[in-house]
Ligand binder design. Structure first.
Ligand SMILES: O=C1C[C@@](O)(C(=O)O)C[C@@H](O)[C@@H]1O
Length: 301
């Protein structure tokens, strides 16, 4: 049996998939509204997609310029980590802004307690379909600075987990720092163009575990139903010591977001805004209420 993750009000890896809602901004005010709506709609996890937030993107854009100039001047590393620290500061301000609107849950004190719905901190890189156009060294420096800063936040404001892309090459080092800070690690693999073969997907999951993942997550693009079936097969067969989350993107893959029997421990849904507009963080995400209904219908127990 894989380990169960205790994320305060949410348990991952037990009793069907937890439902996450991504906060996509782009302004901090909008992010706060999205958080409040998602909580009211019953989200189990809030994913803060900082790569989509204007204040963070502004800092990243400034950093890219600074790094280009510093490379020419030969002080690349020093300037890069100073820039990463500045971006991390913008990330932490967003974390605090969201944490401040979450209702407290007096029954669950402690490190993962106070704030009710747990927050997953994600900075998705451009190569994986996100907006953070940073190189691998910068990505690592940013995550390390963000984790270090997050460790200093009061428990109720602290993200319960940080997302780390396997293919950016820093999972093991970021996992070590995150664990020292009491923060779990969601290892991610994204293929926004295709669904790799079974052996590749299995290898991805194994590498995630070997490098310190607490949750192993893959999101891939299907070109036909066989791709979707393959992802579900890999998910169902996975025998890992940690929970697995797997989703096939787009309309074709939507079934993977609502079919609990294959064993995915986490699914992503949207909560429409006051005008009924949904802002998915990836194609194929369905409204939270429908996801809950499908999960109950297709429960399989
Ligand atoms: O990794 C994932 C899954 C996802 O890509 C999806 O397909 O729902 C959405 C992302 O925001 C999240 O970080």
């Amino acid at each position: 049996m894989p380990r169960v993750l205790d994320w305060g009000t949410t348990v991952i890896g037990q009793g069907g998939p937890a439902v996450a809602v991504s906060l996509t901004g782009p302004t901090l005010a909008r992010t706060r509204q999205q958080a409040a709506r998602a909580v009211a709609a019953g989200a189990d996890v809030l994913e803060l997609r900082v790569d989509l937030l204007e204040p963070v993107r502004d800092q990243v854009a400034g950093a890219a310029q600074g790094c280009g100039a510093s490379r020419a001047g030969g002080r690349a590393q020093e300037v890069e980590s100073a820039q990463a620290a500045r971006v991390a500061q913008a990330v932490l301000e967003a974390v605090e802004a969201v944490g401040a609107v979450l209702p407290g849950s007096p029954g669950s004190p402690g490190r993962r307690g106070g704030a009710g719905v747990p927050v997953l901190l994600t900075c998705r890189t451009a190569a994986e379909g996100g907006q953070a156009n940073v190189d691998d060294a910068f990505y690592e420096a940013l995550l390390l600075a963000a984790v270090e800063g997050a460790a200093g936040l009061p428990g109720p404001l602290r993200p319960v987990a940080v997302d780390v892309e396997l293919e950016r090459g820093c999972l093991e080092r970021v996992a070590r720092a995150a664990h020292a800070a009491g923060i779990d690690v969601v290892a991610s693999f994204h293929d926004v163009a295709a669904t790799p073969g079974e052996a590749v997907l299995e290898n991805v999951l194994e590498r995630m575990v070997a490098q310190g993942a607490d949750l192993a997550k893959v999101a891939v693009w299907p070109t036909d139903a066989v791709d979707v079936a393959r992802l579900l097969t890999v998910t169902a067969r996975a025998r890992l010591p940690v929970p697995v989350a797997a989703m096939s993107m787009g309309a074709l893959g939507a079934v993977t977001r609502v079919a609990a029997v294959f064993g995915s421990a986490l699914t992503f849904a949207v909560v429409p805004d006051e005008e009924g507009r949904a802002e998915p963080s990836a194609p194929g995400q369905l409204p939270l209420a429908e996801v809950r209904r499908c999960l109950a219908l297709l429960d399989g127990r």
